[in-house]
Design a protein around this ligand. Structure first.
Ligand SMILES: Cc1cc2nc3c(=O)[nH]c(=O)nc-3n(C[C@H](O)[C@H](O)[C@H](O)COP(=O)(O)O)c2cc1C
Length: 193
């Protein structure tokens, strides 16, 4: 049996935080390639590989903001100017925005919920790998993630489901300190009823 004990890896997991304030540089394509290989090792029932990633950087972010705003306005014409501005400018909050979605496959043993979980694990793996290379990220969703008009505008099919936008770049602030949670609040021992 091979098992690689890696206390740095454990510490990294225990100390992970998001970084909502991000600036250039974003990872380069070689660095992203390494990180995707980490994401692709997410647990995945049936090896369906449901995860998909679409990168937007540079001017592509403005285009993405425009698409999100137009699609949301189509779905909700009552949006205020401030809400539209937020959608337009949202992707500019980081030098790289990755649309993360699940491509769902009909499978007798693997329900869509499991494929969404696998995709979530892949996004988490991607964020951890980015952190290992010294980059920050934050996973966001919002209503646009769950709006069919947005899916259509992004070219997603009926079997695709957005799970979030991963904002990626160089953190402008130090890691925040997060109080350790009490294990007793979340973990118990099984006992038959
Ligand atoms: C599926 C998903 C969607 C999220 N959507 C948002 C969001 O829209 N806005 C937001 O501020 N945080 C969102 N978060 C939470 C942030 O990614 C982050 O975890 C949170 O700000 C807490 O920071 P921390 O990761 O450093 O503990 C989301 C997390 C997940 C897993």
């Amino acid at each position: 049996m091979t098992f690689i004990e890696n206390t740095d890896f454990l510490t990294g997991l225990q100390q992970r935080v998001s970084h909502p304030r991000l600036t250039a540089p974003a990872p380069n394509s070689d660095q992203m390639a390494s990180c995707y290989q980490a994401a692709f090792r997410a647990p995945d029932h049936g090896r369906l590989r449901p995860w998909r990633f679409v990168e937007a950087q540079g001017d592509q972010r403005q285009a993405l903001g425009a698409v999100l705003a137009q699609a949301m306005l189509l779905a909700q014409p009552e949006l205020t100017d401030a809400q539209v501005d937020k959608l337009v400018n949202g992707p500019l909050r980081a030098p790289l925005v990755i649309l993360c979605y699940a491509h769902l496959t009909e499978h007798p043993k693997v329900p869509a919920s499991e494929q969404l979980l696998a995709t979530g694990c892949a996004v988490y793996g991607l964020s951890l790998a980015l952190r290992a290379l010294g980059f920050g990220s934050v996973w966001r969703t919002g209503e646009s993630c769950y709006t069919p008009a947005v899916h259509r505008a992004l070219g997603l099919g009926a079997d695709d489901q957005l799970v979030g936008y991963l904002y990626v770049g160089t953190a402008t602030t130090a890691d925040k300190s997060v109080p350790e949670l009490s294990q007793d609040d979340f973990v118990s021992q099984f006992s038959p009823l």
